[in-house]
Design a protein around this ligand. Structure first.
Ligand code: HEC
Length: 206
């Protein structure tokens, strides 16, 4: 049976080289690959940056003060595990506190809790466990201290924000969570007379 050796070329199919040439080509290719592998392996020789001299904590080290590797931490170093100093809850939440709380909340909490606190942040929409709505009965009754503590220690699937949100900001955020709760659970009777009258006279929105 006759065999056709065809090879694709820009102009269409061209006859392939005869089998002896093909075998030669194969040998050449195998040689080239072996050379590349050899070169690549040569590149694996550990470079100096990789095999540099290293010191363990208690090794003698003539380059450092006291000729020892272990050195005292620099002044004002704070241990990572050191609990932060709690700040007492401010007596009132000023507009400034709320603005700060909103800004911090928007940065750190909206990804999960959402801008209204309903627990529908972007990460949750993509599958993260749904946090409770801040306007749930239980959280409406929760103390500001509970919000502060949740930020400090985390809860369940929510990790601690102690390292990112300093104590005074935790109170600011707690105040802002209250504002979020009020924004969807305002009791009209609790408003000043003037505001109640304004609401009563308002046109319903369409
Ligand atoms: C990565 C997602 C995520 C982020 C970011 C996040 N939380 Fe949460 N949070 C959760 C989840 C999930 C829960 C529910 C935890 C559980 O009960 O297992 C929760 C619960 C809470 C609760 C309710 C605790 C309770 O008693 O049920 C509060 C309050 C809260 N978070 C406040 C915050 C604040 C304030 C921030 C920003 C500083 C924040 N969270 C950032 C996911 C998050």
């Amino acid at each position: 049976m006759m065999r056709l050796y065809l090879k694709e070329s820009p102009g269409g199919f061209a006859p392939r080289p005869p089998p002896e040439r093909a075998a030669l080509d194969r040998h050449f290719r195998a040689g080239a690959i072996a050379l590349c592998v050899l070169l690549a392996l040569a590149g694996c020789k550990k470079a100096d940056m990789y095999q540099q001299q290293s010191y363990r904590t208690y090794d003698r080290n003539p380059g450092l003060p006291g000729d020892t590797t272990e050195q005292n931490p620099v002044e004002h170093t704070v241990a990572q595990e050191q609990p932060d100093t709690p700040v007492p809850q401010p007596a009132i939440a000023t507009a400034q506190t709320l603005a700060r709380g909103q800004q911090r909340y928007d940065i750190f909490c909206t990804p999960c809790h959402g801008t209204t606190g309903a627990g529908d942040g972007m990460i949750v929409l993509r599958g993260f466990p749904h946090p409770p709505d801040f306007t749930s009965e239980r959280l409406l009754r929760a103390t500001a201290q509970h919000f502060y503590d949740t930020i400090t220690y985390g809860k369940g699937d929510m990790y601690s924000y102690a390292a990112r949100v300093p104590p005074s900001d935790r109170w600011a955020i707690a105040a802002y969570i209250r504002a979020l709760q009020l924004s969807r659970h305002a009791v009209i009777a609790a408003l000043p007379q003037q505001d109640q009258a304004l609401i009563a006279s308002a046109e319903p929105t369409r």
